[in-house]
Design a binder for this molecule. Structure first.
Ligand code: ARG
Length: 574
């Protein structure tokens, strides 16, 4: 919360008098519906309920009690709302001063003591990366940075799919159709090729699946055998291959603990479920029934052939992470197609009666769609006849597109290649985070790279424009000393969205919805462009120039911080 918000809240609480804590917590200031009414508004329903009076009456009484002060210009009631208007100079001083002096929420918030685990990206190394993994990577990394900015302790985990029956298949495929040289040269593509070939051949020859099951059984035996060595080699090569795209996306992990990490922790997890008395036998397998929770499909934790499965490893991971990190929230950034899986996991925890059941959140998201060149319809993204992608190829295509635009619009740009890389990669990231995550994302190069639309490049361009103005000003703008904020009295259209930065971060974090922040970035970029259309900065008289430069510096800084949280680079020239 900004100082302005807390000042208002303090006055509201004092004016209302003697409120219980839960009612105080429910007093949320939101941006006013119409700027003509005021800057921020308070809804009086909770207060009215507490008082047992009609909301309109409570709103008028509160508005009357809140007399102007050094910060507050007016409080007026409109129906069940009280609208507040800040004094213009105070608004400018708090916002611009707060930003330039790095005060929270513009700078990082002090530690809250909250611990958040974010399980994201988590590709399967036997099967190739797909667009869902790209979304998980981008959304998960943004959530990690967001929570860190807000003062939480964050553990970002790559729960690599490096274990499971598909490894048996990959081994059969590699041993039959693979080549060492090809594997070293381009591991991901080669694994993909042999895996695809396996899929085709196994349809005709059921003997292959039996062979694969045997490989997997030997891998799970824990012995140091051919399977174990091959598995390790495939895993190491994959991890190395992922490094490149992760670096380009600016994504890092605190822990790369894949499913194999839980190999020796599954028996313990299973024992806990058994002790809770809810593990049942079913056709030779062990399952937890979840009908009592409205879930028809039981959660299978041990298969009849004694091999473990995905859910067993996830359960072991929950217990391990809970004991190791003592998390308050565990976010799983995984596509919607795994909804049932996470409901089942939570179901098992609920039936066990453990507190982790309340702390697991499945952060699901929609598909990435590409336009079918022939039919013009939007379809699930696919390349090479499968739904596999090579992340590097997608990133390269974006960068090549930007390079073309730069060659056309700004051929003399310094560092052209570096800028093309930053803008191209971020265009994808921004596009992914632009709409609420549950919506499908249209992979539309034109829209993604439209410098005038609601795109990454559009916001980046605003940063570059502001940086350009600051470069041309002879004095460097550091703090807000010597600024006469009265000169920013007509900058409210920029100041109010800047004031929204803190509340927007809180909302984005509470709802695991980076789009709240993306939307605010677009608004700020638009408003500062509009302001610069109507106001001269460099040519204004010295005192005015000084104030407007401070506003320019503040807007640039918030855009850069916000984009940074989203994982979007903000070059100062483009
Ligand atoms: N590897 C899985 C997949 O690609 C995603 C893993 C998500 N994380 C988890 N803890 N289950 O489908």
């Amino acid at each position: 919360m900004s100082e302005l918000h807390s000042h208002l809240r303090t006055r509201i609480v004092a004016a209302a008098g003697g409120l219980p804590l839960d009612v105080v917590a429910g007093l949320v200031l939101q941006p006013a519906k119409d700027p003509a009414f005021g800057d921020v508004a308070l809804q009086c329903f909770a207060l009215a309920k507490h008082r047992g009076q009609p909301p309109q009456q409570v709103a008028s009484a509160l508005a009357a009690a809140l007399t102007p002060d050094a910060v507050l210009e007016s409080a007026t009631a409109t129906g069940p709302f009280v609208n507040f208007r800040f004094r213009r100079a105070a608004l400018a001083e708090h916002v611009v001063g707060g930003i330039l002096h790095d005060r929270a929420p513009y700078g990082p918030m002090p530690p809250t003591g909250q611990c958040i685990v974010v399980d994201f990206s988590s590709p399967n190394i036997a099967k190739p990366f797909h667009m869902g993994h790209l979304r998980s990577t981008v959304i998960g990394a943004a959530l990690c940075r967001l929570h860190r900015h807000l003062g939480a302790t964050v553990h970002g985990i790559n729960h690599l799919g490096d274990w499971g029956a598909q490894f048996g298949k990959l081994m059969t495929a590699f041993l039959r159709y693979g080549s060492d040289a090809e594997l070293e040269r381009d591991p991901m593509r080669h694994m993909f090729e042999v895996y695809v070939r396996y899929g085709k051949e196994a349809k005709a020859d059921p003997g292959l699946d039996a062979e694969s099951a045997e490989h997997y059984r030997r891998l799970e035996s824990g012995e140091d055998n051919l399977e174990r060595r091959l598995w390790k080699r495939l895993r190491d090569l994959s991890l190395k291959a992922f490094e490149g795209p992760y670096r380009r996306l600016g994504v890092t992990f605190d822990h790369v603990t894949g499913e194999s990490f839980y190999e020796d922790k599954m028996a313990g997890a299973l024992a806990r479920v058994r002790e809770a008395g809810i593990l049942e036998e079913s056709e030779g397998a062990e399952v937890v029934r979840l009908e009592s929770l409205g879930i028809k499909e039981p959660c299978i934790l041990r298969k009849s052939d004694d091999t473990s499965i995905y859910a067993t490893r996830d359960l072991a991971a929950i217990f391990y992470r809970s004991a190791t990190f003592r998390f308050d929230r565990a976010l799983y950034v995984v596509g919607s197609e795994q909804k049932l899986h996470f409901r089942q996991l939570v179901g098992v925890l609920k039936r066990m009666g453990v507190p982790e059941a309340e702390r697991i959140e499945h952060i699901d998201f929609g598909l990435i769609l590409a336009k079918n060149a022939e039919t013009g319809k939007w379809e699930k993204f696919a390349t090479r006849g499968g739904n596999a992608i090579f992340l590097d190829e997608v990133l390269d295509e974006a960068v090549a597109n930007v390079r073309r635009i730069i060659a056309e619009k700004n051929p003399d740009l310094e560092d052209r290649d570096a800028v093309a890389e930053q803008v191209g990669v971020s265009a994808i990231v921004f596009n992914d985070l632009k709409n609420s995550r549950i919506k499908d994302v249209k992979f539309d190069w034109e829209a993604m790279l439209n410098f005038e639309g609601e795109s990454g490049p559009y916001v980046q361009y605003a940063v570059a424009r502001l940086a350009g103005i600051l470069r041309k000003a002879d004095a460097e703008v550091r703090g807000a000393e010597g600024v006469d904020f009265a000169h920013l009295a007509d900058a409210e259209r920029v100041l109010l969205p800047l004031l929204e930065f803190g509340p927007a971060l809180q909302r984005a974090a509470a709802q695991s919805e980076p789009s709240v922040l993306t939307g605010l970035m677009i608004t700020i970029a638009g408003e500062i462009h509009a302001y610069l259309r109507d106001h001269h900065v460099l040519g204004a008289e010295p005192a005015v120039r000084r104030s407007r430069l401070a506003l320019v510096a503040a807007a640039r800084k918030v855009l850069k911080t916000g984009l940074g949280i989203l994982g979007v680079a903000a070059p100062d020239r483009m």
